[in-house]
Design a protein around this ligand. Structure first.
Ligand SMILES: [Zn+2]
Length: 404
């Protein structure tokens, strides 16, 4: 076992110190010249020459009153939220403006009776964002700044429902049809419902009926003594396995790589072909650094190579305590095998970056950074602005030239 990264009950933890200038730079990222007014640091942006597009498959939006409540919880029990000011100013546009190609936006209901309105709110946010950026891209096309594209979508939304609430099936059917949402987000901790609870059956059955995936926070961590239930007791890999056994056609993703049971959740990937994990917050060098926990880094690298088709990148923006680009930098370092497989790879990898880079590692990165999320959430190459570049239709072709 090489776990233990997060204690049974997580206690408030300050943000990690800022990194030295340029530290997160890589072939994917470069530091901006200006000080960001909200974070008071130089933020990073995805380079125009980055080897592949990036889908951030885990981004939170909420109506402001609910977001304020979430932030109060984080400020008291988890960590300081770094991107409050940025979120208030630009919502998830921040990520697109900083070079992310597409974001998957999430809401979740914590009680009965609010899901329908949350889903409508989210559909509106998604539509507004896609309309706004299509106008912007049209202007850039007209001025020759970017290549002509058919249609672009920069955002996808996942619906919510409270398990067992009256009309749950109808709420989801409306979300998947009229509202055009692309799956659902559930949260065992916040909703106080284990993944295998009978009230979840109609949720899973409706998802299968509409062929929509479920993203469900069903790992034990980070558990807080402030929750109404002990998340450590209602979450376990065996509970998720119950669901996977009963619903082999259900496409399910557990975020945070199943933190704190990494090995158990990777084992599920071996046995259930429709099961996925997202990386959210496991690469922020916050719960642990890879220097402190080298066996974990080695486990992750081995598992990413083995299960490269079923891992998705996600950031948890805006509710994170560190730079949004930190996880991409660490993911690249991990797959590059920086510093003799990770010893100095934490947050950038010092001056040894990329010397152990392999074609296999590059392929895995592409899958984690966009291809897997594209397939799982139904985000097409046309949505990403790739269809004109990659018109051959070959699934294995690389839309961006490899730098190798
Ligand atoms: Zn999240």
């Amino acid at each position: 076992m090489c776990q233990g990264a997060v204690p049974e009950y997580f206690k408030f933890k300050e943000a990690p110190p800022e990194l030295p200038p340029g530290w997160l730079g890589s072939r994917f990222l470069h530091e901006l010249d200006v000080i960001d007014p909200h974070t008071q640091t130089k933020e990073y942006v995805v380079s125009k020459t980055a080897p592949c597009p990036i889908i951030d498959a885990h981004v939170h939006v909420f109506p402001q009153k609910l977001m304020d409540a979430v932030w109060t919880f984080f400020d008291n029990f988890y960590w300081p939220v770094r991107y409050k000011g940025t979120y208030l100013e630009s919502r998830a546009d921040f990520l697109i403006e900083h070079g992310v190609t597409h974001v998957v936006l999430l809401v979740y209901a914590h009680k009965n009776g609010i899901a329908r309105d949350l889903n409508k709110y989210l559909a509106q946010v998604v539509n507004d964002m896609n309309t706004r950026y299509n106008k912007k891209f049209s202007k850039e096309e007209a001025s020759g700044q970017i290549q002509k594209q058919k249609r672009r979508r920069v955002a996808t939304g996942l619906a919510t429902v409270m398990p067992g609430e009256p009309g749950a099936k109808d709420i989801l059917a409306e979300a998947f049809t009229t509202l055009g949402l692309s799956g659902i987000k559930m949260h065992s901790h916040v909703q106080s419902v284990p993944a295998n609870h009978p009230s979840m059956d109609e949720v899973y059955e409706t998802c299968i009926r509409f062929n929509k995936p479920v993203l469900i926070h069903a790992g034990k961590a980070p558990n807080s003594s402030a929750y109404k239930v002990d998340a450590g007791k209602i979450c376990d890999a065996s509970i998720v396995e119950d669901v996977l056994k009963r619903y082999p056609r259900l496409r399910m993703c557990v975020p945070h790589l199943g933190m704190n049971q990494y090995e158990e959740f990777f084992d599920l990937l071996d046995r259930y072909p429709n099961f996925y994990l997202d990386t959210t917050m496991t690469f922020g060098s916050f719960f642990q650094t890879f220097e402190e926990n080298k066996p974990l880094a080695e486990l992750l690298r081995t598992m990413f190579l083995k299960h490269s088709d079923r891992i998705l990148y996600g950031s948890d923006w805006p509710n994170i305590p560190y730079s949004w680009s930190r996880e991409i930098a660490n993911l690249v370092s991990l797959m590059d095998g920086d510093g003799d497989v990770i010893s100095s790879a934490v947050a950038g990898g010092g001056n040894q970056k990329g010397i152990h880079r392999t074609a296999e590692g590059d392929t895995v990165l592409e899958k984690i950074l966009w291809r897997n999320a594209s397939r799982f959430y139904g985000i097409s190459e046309e949505d990403l602005g790739l269809s004109d570049i990659n018109s051959s239709g070959s699934q294995n072709s690389t839309p961006f030239p490899s730098n190798l």
